[in-house]
Design a protein around this ligand. Structure first.
Ligand code: ZN
Length: 483
């Protein structure tokens, strides 16, 4: 029997607000543990929470970017459970009245993992539907040492958005593409830095398998807190294989929660359904329902950025870029901004895109902090355009530019990389090339035009690659047809 997987994802996204969700404590990653605290975020008796308007606006903005319906009114509920990293014994969340409903995330080919981009499903451009987006507070962070544990309450009470997808995904590669595309939108909107290494984006996976053709879902397994996009892919591959193997052996899947052990590359059981929490949600009596149609919605609308697809279309239109180049640049909002700055001063806009994509991205994936100013890329493209260096030299200059962080013109002067366009000197070398390669000359004259390449190679070697290829091409052809 053939099996297929049914996958839904719950993404927790930390909002990058100045302050926490219900108090004025700073929302800051990496501060000295337990330095951003107050009675509200510690849940001390009598402390009263006040909702953070910016966090609500950023959640609405996320909903708008993803095509959700924004609720005109929402409320906050208490989700009751006991856990060491949650001081109040309840978490303020949203139960039956979330901020955003519906919407979707469009998958695009470049969002798929590199090795899966040629897969036909990568090109389908499917929209993965969202169920809802709600706003809640994060819990504290516990760290386990060899003999003891520590809790940092700085994270307790910071705003956390939960983005829940429908069970619309069926492969680990699609899940990868979904998370990549979603992260891109979150970064575009400036709602979160979405750095998975810092835990700013965390993912719970719901996955089940069923025989192909069966309508009903299988029993779902939840895999908690997977913290990188590639780990989600690996965890899904493992879990789908495990469930299929179990089904084929006649085993019955129980509803359970598992955790992903990345170093060991497997999921392990955390708890079964019998041990599941009963959260006993009820409306938080300390918090009034929030009306979003009294200004919060309008404020979020004002923050709407140019979205990836619109940016891609504009880059392609304004700078004459290929669809591929425009897609790569638009995939990262900071890279697109860097490109536009560089292209502004460059005569050849396409060359700048080429250097960034084919040369810079080939050696670094850091698009947040490209080590040289954008103008340097423009200068480099202009040196080629003005005939001062050739394309081969440009690659060399680019290497030095990135490693030594110097201006292209200074590198050209320092390394003596300027292109030789002096016809007199080149004419002499071309004559030598013709004298030294009678065979190629005969071939060329017999009609084999590519034979001229051997002669060009000779000249390039003699000039240590500094000859202007266009000039030698003209000179050689002229000499060969004259003689
Ligand atoms: Zn506080």
């Amino acid at each position: 029997m053939e099996y297929e997987a049914v996958i839904g994802l719950e993404v927790h996204c930390q909002l990058n607000t100045q302050t926490k969700m219900f108090c004025g404590c700073r929302n800051e990653y990496g501060a000295v543990p337990n330095t951003h605290l107050c009675p509200v975020c510690l849940g001390l008796p009598g402390a009263l929470p006040t909702p953070n308007a910016v966090a609500i606006e950023k959640t609405i903005l996320t909903g708008l970017m993803l095509g959700c319906k924004i609720a005109p009114r929402c409320k906050f509920d208490r989700k009751n459970y006991f856990y060491a990293d949650m001081p109040k014994n309840y978490q303020i969340s949203q139960y039956d009245e979330p901020l955003c409903l519906g919407g979707g995330v469009k998958l695009y080919p470049l969002a798929f993992p590199k090795d899966a981009q040629k897969d036909p499903q990568a090109n389908a451009g499917r929209v993965v539907r969202l169920t809802r987006i709600h706003l809640e507070e994060d819990v504290a962070k516990s760290t386990h040492y060899e003999t003891q544990s520590g809790i940092d309450f700085n994270r307790a009470g910071t705003p956390l958005m939960e983005i829940v997808s429908e069970a619309d995904l069926s492969t680990p590669e699609e899940a990868f593409a979904y998370l990549t595309a979603l992260k891109q939108i979150l970064v575009y909107g400036g709602v979160s830095n979405a750095d998975m290494e810092k835990g700013q984006l965390r993912c719970d996976i719901n996955v089940s398998v069923r025989p192909v053709g069966q309508k009903e879902f299988g029993t779902k397994v939840e895999v908690k807190n997977v913290n990188s996009i590639s780990a989600v892919r690996r965890a899904l591959r493992y879990e789908i294989d495990r469930q299929i193997e179990q089904a084929k052996a006649g085993g019955v899947q129980k509803q359970e929660t598992r955790r992903w052990d990345d170093p060991r590359g497997q999921t392990t059981l955390m708890r079964t359904k019998e041990q599941a929490h009963d959260y006993r949600y009820f409306p938080d009596p300390d918090l009034m329902p929030v009306r979003t149609d009294h200004g919060l919605h309008a404020a979020a609308e004002k923050m709407l950025p140019e979205l990836p697809e619109a940016k891609k279309a504009r880059l392609s239109q304004d700078y004459g870029l290929s669809d591929y180049h425009a897609s790569v640049l638009a995939a990262e909002v900071s890279l697109a901004a860097f490109y536009e700055k560089a292209a502004a001063g460059a005569k050849n806009k396409g060359a700048v895109a080429n250097y960034l994509i084919n040369d810079y991205l080939a050696v670094s994936d850091d698009v947040e902090e490209i080590p040289v100013p954008a103008e340097y890329f423009a200068d480099l493209a202009n040196l080629v355009e003005e005939g001062k260096i050739n394309n081969r030299q440009a690659k060399e200059v680019l290497g030095y530019m990135l490693s030594e962080k110097k201006k292209p013109a200074d590198i050209v002067a320092e390394k003596g990389l300027a292109q030789m366009s002096d016809t007199g000197a080149l004419e002499k070398i071309c004559a030598e090339a013709i004298a030294a390669n009678p065979r190629s000359v005969a071939d060329f004259k017999a009609g084999k035009l590519t034979a001229v390449n051997a002669l060009k190679g000779f000249v390039m070697k003699a000039t240590k690659g500094q000859a202007n290829p266009q000039v030698i091409d003209e000179l050689l052809k002229k000499k060969l047809t004259e003689a």
